[in-house]
Design a protein around this ligand. Structure first.
Ligand code: NDP
Ligand code: DGY
Length: 328
């Protein structure tokens, strides 16, 4: 056990699953300060809370930039984020200061891929519209031309970013009878063989896919990738799905593509901003299904993410090997 003076200050920016908190408490080396709420920590409180901290446990909704790092000061050794995405972290600034970063790859891959498949099917087969019609009396009888959508059997699926989650999505979609599986990325992936994936230019993927699934990370290259030009190349019968980050999509252009019939439908688990304002134009469309960023939201996944985030943080504090360290 460390003495009170030796305890390392750790700021936790949100209430997190107890699995992680127990690990931090049991370690007996952290003087824990927690923003004890389910809502994001206000910026001013983040700047105050992080001051003098040795460790920061944060979420994807916390923008960790030079201002936060300056507010933390020279003690800060480790930032551990409860996410696999790290676009909220100013990596260059973090690297410059010699701070280590922990994140949560792999443990949320299955849950996120599962949710992506659920969203794709819900969007393509118009489940939210159907549920609504049952409730509002719109269901008058069985009608041959009513609430028809699109099926996966015999289709071409295009995955933008065949990383951990992209591959897990492809694996799950193939057994639905997908005929061709196209993918793009920075380079071909040997693991694509497993799903008979064809590495193609983005232009080919967008033009030929019946389902375009975005599962890449958000980077300067992918920011705004899905814009007017992108949607104009998609088939009128195609479905667009995004479970990566909202900023990969130009939402005004998506609205235009959906409302003009340029594409058939879209399913989004991620938006800009989050939450999407309830009066946002996308929410007026029947052919747009929006979920509140719940890709990894299973009880067990969030528990394991919490554990991993805590263990990454402790390893960063003690200068030992992290279970999942982001290579900077
Ligand atoms: P990976 O790093 O394994 O995969 C990211 C993929 O994006 C890589 O294959 C990478 O390709 C690809 N990529 C990068 N730049 C481009 C580009 N310009 N064009 C096409 N592809 C590109 O990460 P994960 O699969 O684990 O996670 C992916 C993302 O999913 C996360 O960054 C996060 O934003 C999001 N996510 C969302 C969740 C949700 O709740 N909706 C849950 C979990 C994650 P290459 O390998 O060639 O560099
Ligand atoms: C992530 O981990 O990046 C997701 O967006 C939430 O699990």
């Amino acid at each position: 056990m460390m003495s009170a003076q030796q305890m390392l200050k750790v700021f936790v920016t949100r209430r997190i699953p107890q699995e992680g908190m127990k690990i931090l408490q049991k370690a007996g080396m952290c003087n824990l300060s927690v923003w004890d709420s389910d809502e994001p920590v206000p910026r001013a409180e983040l700047l105050k809370g992080v001051a003098g901290a040795h460790g920061l446990l944060c979420l994807l909704s916390d923008k960790v930039d030079a201002e936060v790092l300056d507010a933390a000061g020279p003690n800060l050794k480790v930032i551990s984020t409860l996410s696999v995405g790290f676009d909220h972290l100013a990596i260059d600034e973090i690297k410059k200061r010699g701070i280590r970063v922990g994140y949560t790859p792999d443990v949320l891959t299955d849950a996120t891929a599962e949710l992506t498949v659920a969203l794709l099917l819900a969007t393509a087969r118009r489940l939210p519209e159907g549920v609504e019609e049952v409730k509002n009396g719109g269901w008058s009888t069985w009608k041959p031309l009513w609430l028809c959508g699109y099926g996966l059997s015999g289709s071409t699926v295009g995955v933008i970013g065949l990383g951990r989650i992209g591959l897990a999505i492809a694996r799950r979609l193939k057994p639905f009878g997908v005929k061709r599986l196209l993918y793009t990325g920075r380079q071909p992936k040997p693991q694509a063989q497993e799903v008979d994936g064809e590495y193609v230019p983005l232009d080919t993927l967008v033009r030929e896919s019946d389902f375009v699934v975005v599962s890449c990370s958000l980077t300067p290259d992918t920011q705004g990738l899905c814009d007017k030009t992108f949607f104009s190349k998609m088939k009128k019968t195609s479905i667009f799905i995004n479970t990566s980050r909202g900023a990969v999509v130009n939402q005004e252009d998506l609205f235009e593509a959906l409302s003009s019939g340029q594409i058939a439908a879209a399913g989004l688990d991620v938006t800009t901003p989050e939450p999407l304002p309830t009066n946002h134009p996308l929410l007026t469309l029947n052919n747009c299904v929006v979920l509140p960023h719940i890709g990894s939201a299973t009880y067990s996944t969030r528990g394991v993410m919490s554990e991993l985030t805590a263990n990454n943080l402790l390893a960063g504090l003690t200068g030992s090997e992290m279970p999942s360290e982001l290579k900077l």
